[in-house]
Design a protein around this ligand. Sequence first.
Ligand code: GUN
Length: 293
Amino acid sequence: MQIIDGKATAATIKAEIKAEVESMTANGAKRPHLAAILVGHDGGSLTYVKNKVLACEACGFKSTLIHLEDNTTEEELLQHVDRLNQDPDVDGFIVQLPLPSHISEQKVIEAIDYRKDVDGFHPVNVGRMAIGLPCFISATPKGIMELLRRYEVPTSGKKCVVLGRSNIVGRPMAQLMMQKEYGDSTVTVCHSHSANLREECQQADIIIAAIGRPGFVTADMVKPGATIIDVGTTRVPDVSRKQGFRLCGDVDFEHVSPLCTAITPVPGGVGPMTICMLMQNTLAAAKHTYYPG
Ligand code: GUN
């Protein structure tokens, strides 16, 4: 059984990005610039955004954090989005989700200039991804594809079960695994209302678990030799930890891992890759890789 080390892979990729940035700037280009808008004080979101700023430093990017109060109105937030859309120094930006319930996430996502949408959440990027056109691909599915590629996990013609159908992970993950240029797999998407979910998983060569239920994937659901990708990051209270919680994946790692060919741990698997792919998207935005400047 092989542990797929997302932390080490992410460190390698960040070093590759930094080297490219240093060579770009030495040739007179400006540093890539990522901005992030965070609304409110949710602990998880705060940590994610702080880690994104740290990753910018590691990659040699400029970063700007716009931290707004919980009671920010939708109109005020849309004004910030518009300012970043117009700012020629900002190559890409994200609005950290979830947003407070009085703000429409969809409205905000659609207000972002798709050419700066390094999260890949805008319908233009989602649509282009679905038909295989160049675009920003959302970071978690992109990071998983990169792990599968770098660890040479065979995907072509394999049976892949995606657990979860969220816009951020499950849906785009299924699209990429299905596409000829990416996974080229036979994909089944299972969700909270799927019948025979256990039997579907038992058939899978690859399971990608993104349902946010700690320990959901148990040993009896896994075919011996399968590859397991765990996207779960539920915070479970744990008084023995300094922060008062630990991160729990969607997979019962202890009992599933002995059965697998390869598996991602939580933490240290998919998580570090997500931020790293956001950096890759920001570099692509700065270079106008997908959309001409
Ligand atoms: N919340 C959870 N994951 C993400 C992400 O990838 N991007 C943004 N903007 N918000 C998130």
